[in-house]
Design a protein around this ligand. Structure first.
Ligand code: AMP
Length: 187
């Protein structure tokens, strides 16, 4: 297994959440999903949760400073022996730069960025199926989330490509198929 932190990236509907959870289920790994942290805050009725919801319900990103501060706080509680699988973070270039600096403060570094590649048509079909479960998966909001991804998160891939850290994985197939490809990429 690679030494360092992992970032799981992929467009909405690519299955990155499922894969990140599986990858982090190995001993010594922690799954850190900013989407999950926002939803947890919302369930607990915190002011952060209420603020995040205003953006999430529209399919927009939560502002960088709020998101980075939440990750900074969470990272303080991670034992030095534990490695992190980041899921849904960083989503913008300023977040990526903040993460690079934050990890360096902890003596950590990004070991690999796993990008789950799925064509747009397949994503739209998958999101339509998932629509019952999540309020931000309604067709209009799902489309918006996809556009925001293209606009703001694509440049993050370039940021890590420049560092030679990105590994592209074919996201078509069963959950197990994709998991095997990811396991091979990080072994
Ligand atoms: P996710 O569960 O990762 O798909 O995230 C759900 C929603 O939470 C996103 O559509 C955003 O509104 C918000 N969110 C999650 N992670 C971030 C992030 N890194 N930056 C900004 N907003 C985020």
């Amino acid at each position: 297994m690679v030494h360092g932190e992992l970032i799981l990236m992929g467009p909405p509907g690519s299955g990155k959440g499922t894969q990140a959870r599986r990858l982090a289920s190995r001993p010594g790994w922690l799954h850190l999903s900013t989407g999950d942290l926002f939803r947890e805050n919302l369930r607990n009725g915190t002011s952060l949760g209420k603020l995040a919801e205003q953006h999430m319900s529209k399919g927009e990103y939560v502002p960088d400073d709020i998101t980075v501060e939440m990750v900074r706080e969470r990272m303080r509680q991670v034992a030095p022996s534990v490695h992190v699988v980041f899921d849904g973070f960083p989503r913008t270039v300023p977040q990526a730069e903040a993460l690079d600096a934050l990890l360096a403060e902890h003596g950590r570094r990004v070991a690999r960025v796993i990008l789950i590649d799925v064509q747009r048509e397949e994503l739209v079909a998958r999101l339509a199926k998932r629509a019952e479960g999540r309020s931000d998966d309604s067709p209009a909001v799902a489309r918006k989330r996809f556009d925001v991804y293209q606009e703001q998160t694509r440049p993050v891939i370039e940021h890590y490509d420049r560092q030679g850290l990105v590994c592209r994985i074919d996201g078509i197939g069963t959950i197990d198929d994709v998991q095997e490809r990811i396991a091979a990429a990080v072994s």
